[in-house]
Design a protein around this ligand. Structure first.
Ligand SMILES: [Zn+2]
Ligand SMILES: [Zn+2]
Length: 357
């Protein structure tokens, strides 16, 4: 399948073309943007970042300095809280979470009593160590090492997809995102149900396929290529601040066809490097993969993609999803175009030779 040109109606589609479109007029105005993946709206109030901030200031995020930490429960050879010892693994290592949120042996059971509904959710939770080195991050690892992580994500997904409908690969990085340990690691939660956001993206992508005979996200790639929201791209992948981004520097990494692993390792290092260069600190984020559910059927409407949700608005101020976000809808403080501009500039600072494309 090739990337089809996107729809050319509505807001601008090419770099430079937007000056003549309604988007330019919206830049200084509070406005709402539509998220076609989640079928929801986000409020954009770009001028709001000028307000004086007297709230919480975050301490600078700094990474660990030592390659091995004798007290770390993820380092090779160390004993975990559950009592088991890690092997002296050379690169990556997977184990079932000692304090898993899902368990495979949960017995099927459903409750339905008027408005009260519940069902048992059998599943499993695994921890994936990305490296034996305690002090590395994906951005600081070699392409070969990141490729090993990509292979691990793919192998684990295939294995768990044989038993579970939804396989959620993700990484929480940094204390701010609740990472309990600085050792580079991610998680996989696999479950029987299709979770809330996965179900929404399933419905929106299927509806687009039925209506137009094309992929929602590949159409979106066609509409964004060469445009003001693209942060980075290569032959197989596009990294873009989505038009409807909720978090300040949120990005969407979309596989063109077919998704290839080596080029994924390359663009991951660049994208995460751009994040680290943005404020000159080890950037916290939650990221994760959305891939087709395992239902024993063709899932042509699904397009592989990853979401990156970093919380920082500036070096020491984080975005809180509170008040209006919890009660009405998501709101953001700078436009997706401004965020992409800054991320591209950060990428150029990080890799000046490569970024001159
Ligand atoms: Zn460690
Ligand atoms: Zn998604």
């Amino acid at each position: 399948m090739t990337t089809k040109p996107g729809r050319r109606s509505g807001l601008g589609t090419r770099r430079g073309a937007e000056a003549a479109t309604p988007l330019a007029a919206l830049a200084g105005e509070p406005h709402r943007r539509y998220n076609p993946l989640l079928d929801e709206w986000v409020l954009v109030s770009a001028e709001r970042t000028r307000r004086p901030w007297q709230g919480r200031q975050e301490p600078p995020a700094s990474g660990p300095v030592q390659a091995y930490d004798p007290t770390c429960y993820l380092c090779p050879g160390n004993r975990r809280a559950g009592g088991e010892a890690n092997p002296d693994y050379p690169s990556t290592f997977v184990f079932t979470n000692d304090f898993a949120a899902l368990r495979p042996d949960s017995q099927p059971f459903a409750l339905e009593d008027g408005l009260l509904r519940a069902e048992v959710e059998p599943g499993t939770c695994r921890v994936l160590c990305f490296s034996r080195r305690h002090d590395l991050t994906l951005a600081a690892m070699t392409e070969e090492d990141v490729r090993a992580v990509v292979d691990l994500w793919a192998d684990q997904t295939a294995e768990l997809g044989a038993s579970y409908q939804w396989v959620q690969v993700f990484e929480n990085r940094g204390e701010m995102m609740g990472a309990s340990n600085p050792h580079p690691h991610g998680q996989i939660w696999a479950g029987t149900a299709l979770p809330h956001d996965a179900g929404r993206e399933d419905r929106t992508q299927l509806a687009h396929r039925v209506d137009r005979g094309s992929s929602l996200l590949l159409d979106y790639v066609g509409q964004e290529v060469g445009g003001p929201r693209v942060v980075d791209e290569n032959e197989d992948w596009l990294a873009v601040v989505p038009f409807w981004a909720a978090w300040p520097y949120e990005t969407l990494l979309i596989a063109r066809e077919p998704p290839r692993r080596q080029s994924l390792a390359r663009i991951l290092i660049r994208l995460l490097g751009a994040y680290d260069a943005l404020f000159g600190l080890s950037f916290p984020y939650s990221m994760g993969w959305h891939q087709a559910p395992f239902r024993g059927q063709a899932e042509e409407h699904w397009q592989l993609h990853a979401h990156f949700f970093p919380p920082l608005l500036s070096a020491n101020v984080r975005k809180f999803m509170v008040g209006y976000e919890l009660l009405a809808e998501t709101q953001r403080d700078l436009t997706a175009e401004q965020a992409a501009d800054r991320l591209r500039a950060a990428l150029a600072r990080r890799v000046p030779s490569e970024a001159a494309r």
